[in-house]
Design a protein around this ligand. Structure first.
Ligand code: ADP
Ligand code: MG
Length: 452
C-alpha cells in the first residue's frame, strides 16, 4: 500500500478539484480536504478519513459523487471504500488492512441519503388514465429535463393512488438518462431523522450542506413534518438552497399545499410556486386497466368478468386493488382452481365489506329522502311525525351499518341528536325489518343503491 502510483494520485487530485468546484470551499474544506488516498486496488479506490463520524457523513453525502467523477476519469474505478485512520497513524502495512478497515470498509451504497427505490415502480408499469394523466405528464417532464421545468413539482392525492410509484419512476428515469446526477428520494420522516442526527452530532455545518450536492431531491409524504417546527424550518432552508442552485425538487403529500394546515404560510406559498398536480381517485376504467396490466404481468389468466367484478367492488385505492388481485392469484395457484367470481367473493370477504362500507352519511341522507319523498332538512329537523321520523331512523341505521362513524358522530350529523337516540333508531329498525316486510324492502333497496 503506502504511496499510490502517481497516475492514480493525479486522478484523485482531479476528482478533488471537481468536487471542490461543485460543493464550494466551505464544505470541501470540512469534509473532503482531510480525505487521503490510500490506494486503488482492482476496481476499488480506498480513501482514509480521520474519524468514524466523518466516514459516515462522507459515505452518506459524497461517496457516490466521488465514485461517479472518478469513473469518468478512469472507468476501471467502480467503487469507493472509506477506511478510518486517525491522524498520525501509520499507513497500514500491505498485509494487514487499514485501521478498523474490517468494520468500516463497506462499499459506498448508491446513495445513503436516498431510500431504496422499488424496481417495480417505473413509468413503464404505471397505468395512465384520466385521474392521473396530468400528474404523470408532469412527472415525465421532470424526469426528462436537464434543468427544472417547474420547481417544485408538488404531487398530491389520497393514499395508494401512486404518488410514491411516480416519484420512484422519476428517479429511475433520471438515473438512466443522466447517471452522473445525484438523485435522492426520501420520506419526510427520514428527512426529519437526518435532521435530528445532524443536531445530535452538534455539527456546525448547516443541515442544508447535507443535501447541497443533490441534483434532484424528492421528499415523499411531506404531511408528516407538519407541526414539527424546526424540521419544517430546515426543510425550507434546504429547499431554498437547492432551488437557488437550480436543482429540481419533487414533493408529495396527501393534500394540496393550501390544505396543509400547520405549515408556515411562507413555506406553503413557496410550495405552490412550481407545478401542483393532483392525482384524483381512480375511476372504474383506470381500475380495470390496472388490473388487466397486473394480471398480465403476473402471467395469470384471470377472466375479464372477475377483473370487472374487482374493479367494481374495490374502489378505495390501488394498493388494495393490487392486494386483492394478488390474493386471488395466489389462492388459484395454491388450490389449482380456476379463478372465478365466487372464489373472489370468498377470499376477499373482508376487503369487500370494508369497501362496501365507504358510503358517506350525506349520501345516505340524500338517498333516504329521495326514496321516501322528503326534504334533506327533514333529516336534521325536530319533526316527530312517523312519516318523517321513521325514514330518519332508517338513515341513522344505514349510517351505522355502512359507515365507520360512531354513534355520537352520527347523532351530530342528524341535527345534533344524542347518541342514545341513534342507538334507539338502530335497534328499532333492526326489530322492524324482521316484522315489517315493506320496511325491510325499503331498507334493502337503499342498501343496494348506496353500495352500488
Ligand atoms: P401512494 O404513495 O400514493 O400512497 P403508491 O405509489 O404506494 O401510493 O401506490 C400503491 C400501489 O399501487 C403501488 O404498488 C403502486 O405500484 C400501485 N399503483 C398506484 N397507481 C398505479 C397505476 N396508475 N398503475 C399501476 N400501479 C399503480
Ligand atoms: Mg406513498
Amino acid at each position: 500500500m503506502g504511496a499510490a502510483p502517481s497516475e492514480v494520485q493525479q486522478q484523485w487530485q482531479q476528482v478533488r478539484a471537481l468536487l471542490r468546484a461543485e460543493i464550494g470551499d466551505t464544505a470541501f474544506g470540512t469534509w473532503l480536504k482531510p480525505l487521503d488516498l490510500v490506494e486503488v486496488a482492482g476496481d476499488r479506490a480506498v480513501l482514509a478519513v480521520p474519524t468514524q463520524f466523518m466516514r459516515d457523513w462522507i459515505v452518506a453525502n459524497y461517496a457516490d459523487r466521488i465514485r461517479i467523477l472518478w469513473t469518468r476519469l478512469n472507468p476501471t474505478v467502480r467503487s469507493i471504500t472509506l477506511v478510518v485512520r486517525p491522524p498520525g497513524a501509520e499507513p497500514a502495512p500491505p498485509a494487514a488492512p487499514a485501521v478498523r478497515a474490517a468494520e468500516a470498509a463497506s462499499e459506498a451504497p448508491a446513495d445513503e441519503l436516498s431510500a431504496r427505490l422499488d424496481p417495480r415502480f417505473t413509468f413503464e408499469t404505471f397505468v395512465v388514465g384520466k385521474p392521473n394523466e396530468f400528474a404523470v405528464a408532469a412527472a415525465e417532464k421532470v424526469a426528462c429535463s436537464s434543468s427544472p421545468p417547474f420547481n417544485p413539482l408538488f404531487l398530491y392525492g389520497g393514499v395508494g393512488l401512486g404518488k410514491t410509484h411516480l416519484m420512484h419512476a422519476i428517479a429511475w428515469r433520471m438515473r438512466q438518462r443522466e447517471p452522473g446526477r445525484r438523485v435522492v428520494y426520501l420520506t419526510a420522516e427520514k428527512f426529519m431523522y437526518q435532521f435530528i442526527l445532524a443536531l445530535r452530532s452538534k455539527d456546525t455545518i448547516p443541515f442544508k450542506e447535507l443535501f447541497r450536492s443533490v441534483d434532484l431531491l424528492m421528499v415523499d409524504d411531506l404531511q408528516f413534518i407538519i407541526g414539527k417546527d424546526s424540521t419544517q424550518e430546515e426543510f425550507f432552508h434546504t429547499f431554498n438552497a437547492l432551488v437557488e442552485r437550480g436543482r429540481q425538487i419533487v414533493i408529495s403529500a396527501d393534500r394540496s399545499p393550501s390544505d396543509l394546515d400547520g405549515l408556515e404560510e411562507r413555506i406553503r406559498s413557496r410550495l405552490s410556486w412550481g407545478l401542483v398536480a393532483d392525482i384524483h381517485p381512480t375511476t372504474y376504467e383506470l381500475r380495470l386497466g390496472i388490473l388487466q396490466t397486473k394480471a398480465e404481468a403476473a402471467g395469470v389468466d384471470v377472466p375479464l368478468r372477475v377483473l370487472e367484478f374487482l374493479a367494481n367492488r374495490i374502489t378505495s385505492n390501488v394498493r388494495e386493488l393490487e392486494g386483492a388481485l394478488n390474493r386471488i392469484v395466489h389462492q388459484a395457484s395454491l388450490t389449482n382452481r380456476p379463478v372465478s367470481i365466487e372464489m373472489a367473493q370468498e377470499i376477499l370477504k373482508d376487503v369487500l365489506r370494508a369497501n362496501d362500507r365507504r358510503v358517506t352519511i350525506e349520501e345516505i341522507q340524500k338517498a333516504v329522502v329521495e326514496h321516501f319523498g322528503l326534504r334533506l332538512a327533514d333529516m336534521t329537523s325536530a319533526r316527530r311525525q312517523r312519516s318523517v321520523a321513521r325514514p330518519r331512523q332508517v338513515a341513522m341505521y344505514l349510517a351505522k351499518l355502512l359507515t365507520p362513524r360512531s354513534l355520537p358522530e352520527i347523532g351530530r350529523r342528524f341535527g345534533g341528536r344524542d347518541h342514545t337516540t341513534v342507538m334507539h333508531a338502530v335497534r328499532q329498525i333492526e326489530r322492524l325489518v324482521a316484522e315489517d316486510r315493506q320496511l325491510a324492502e325499503d331498507v334493502e333497496a337503499l342498501r343496494r343503491r348506496l353500495q352500488g
